[in-house]
Design a protein around this ligand. Structure first.
Ligand code: GLA
Length: 384
């Protein structure tokens, strides 16, 4: 395994230095006046000889990554083009960012991600049409600030879905239509979100129907986390079966996969796939990252000194390498059912796990380090 890494890294260095001079010249041009982002994109367009994750997994599934529009204007853009063939907007298409006021949409960030994907021939997953977090303030209130009725909320959800899905028809091949509607509490089926409190579970079926009407070609996903927990998994599967038997256009299931060095075990993950396969729907890993800390499910404050050791030690590297290797071994085993794997963020420069579950504790959950070099876990992913 270490051999593969050094071979790969040497390869990257050679390839990068091949384009070094044009980059430097274009870089000066960009400094003088034109756009830096174009420079990066041009340099990466010419950099076709790098073998990336998408190439190793060409016969398996799409390899995607969640991005912000800003990352696409930095040197991370080159890495994305080399390694991935799918994009998910990390935040830009969530309800709050894209629909900040009832009669106002903000398209710029989402559009720029779509434009980047088109330039580089990448597939885009839309994320997410209905989710209880990052919702806009206006959504649940009327003009006097009182909670809206079920009819009003359903109409607002319909308008939102119809407008957003129609705009990106033909540019987005798959949508996370409903995200995280199932409760983590073993005693509850549905999450007690505002959507559920106001509409009951009806909003779920309706959201799929409206998304399907807006783009009949889009693959419509139910997406959720902690699906390795057998109790939550059973609830997700039961809900999907119910939607299927009611004829609701639900086409696929997204398993977020925010995991850690100690979770899931191979047996847990294998059973998770076995159970979801029963639904006879395509599956995707939609938000993969593997924290170097033992899994904790709830947010908490930093404890001193217990949380002070944030270095990426050899021990953390080894455990993460084993865990990434195990996960991808199973992803390959279930390749007939798995149509995509998407990483949640690009490199260890930035991850939402730097602030969750422990605020301001640096994590290292991805395959590329802060200098955008492949880490040892990368070898476990490509070495098969
Ligand atoms: C959930 C959401 C994602 C993202 C992650 C954490 O999994 O689906 O959009 O917000 O949480 O960042």
């Amino acid at each position: 395994m270490p051999n593969t890494l050094s071979k790969h890294m040497k390869y990257k260095i050679v390839t990068r230095s091949r384009v070094g001079l044009p980059v430097l010249i274009l870089g000066i041009g960009c400094f003088i006046g034109s756009s830096c982002s174009n420079t990066r994109q041009q340099s990466s367009d010419t950099n076709t000889s790098v073998k990336g994750l998408k190439d190793y997994y060409r016969d398996y599934f799409t390899m995607g990554v969640a991005v912000s529009p800003w990352a696409l204007k930095t040197d991370e853009a080159g890495l994305i083009v080399d390694q991935f063939n799918g994009l998910t907007p990390e935040n830009a298409m969530k309800m709050g960012p894209i629909h900040p006021k009832e009669n106002q949409y903000y398209w710029k960030d989402a559009d720029s991600i779509i434009a980047f994907a088109k330039r580089h021939n990448m597939k885009v997953r839309g994320h997410a049409l209905v989710w209880h977090q990052q919702t806009p303030d206006w959504l649940f209130k009327d003009a006097e600030g009182k909670q809206v009725s079920k009819e009003v909320l359903l109409q607002r959800i319909k308008d939102h879905i119809t407008t957003v899905v129609q705009r990106y028809k033909g540019s987005i091949y798959a949508w996370d239509v409903v995200n995280e509607a199932i409760s983590d509490d073993p005693k509850e089926v549905y999450r007690q979100s505002k959507f559920y409190q106001i509409c009951g579970d009806e909003f779920i079926a309706k959201a799929f129907e409206w998304a399907h009407a807006a783009d009949p070609d889009a693959v419509l996903f139910y997406n959720d986390y902690n699906e390795i927990n057998p109790v939550k998994r059973a609830k997700i599967i039961a809900m999907i079966k119910q939607l299927q038997s009611a004829g609701v256009p639900i086409h696929a299931v997204g398993l977020q996969a925010h995991w850690a060095i100690n979770e899931p075990t191979e047996a847990q993950l294998d059973q998770t796939f076995k159970d979801f396969i029963e639904l006879k729907l395509p599956l995707q890993i939609t938000e993969l990252d593997i924290s170097v800390y033992s899994k904790e499910h709830n947010a908490r404050d930093k404890k001193v000194p217990a949380d002070a050791d944030t270095a990426y030690t050899t021990e953390k590297e080894t455990l993460q390498t084993i865990q990434y290797g195990m996960c991808f071994k199973l992803f390959r085993k279930y390749k007939e059912h798995l149509t995509g794997v998407t990483f949640w963020n690009i490199s260890d420069r930035h991850s939402w796990l730097d602030d969750f579950p422990v605020r301001n504790r640096k994590d290292h959950p991805l395959l590329f380090n802060r200098n955008l070099r492949p880490k040892k876990p990368y070898t476990a992913v490509i070495d098969f």
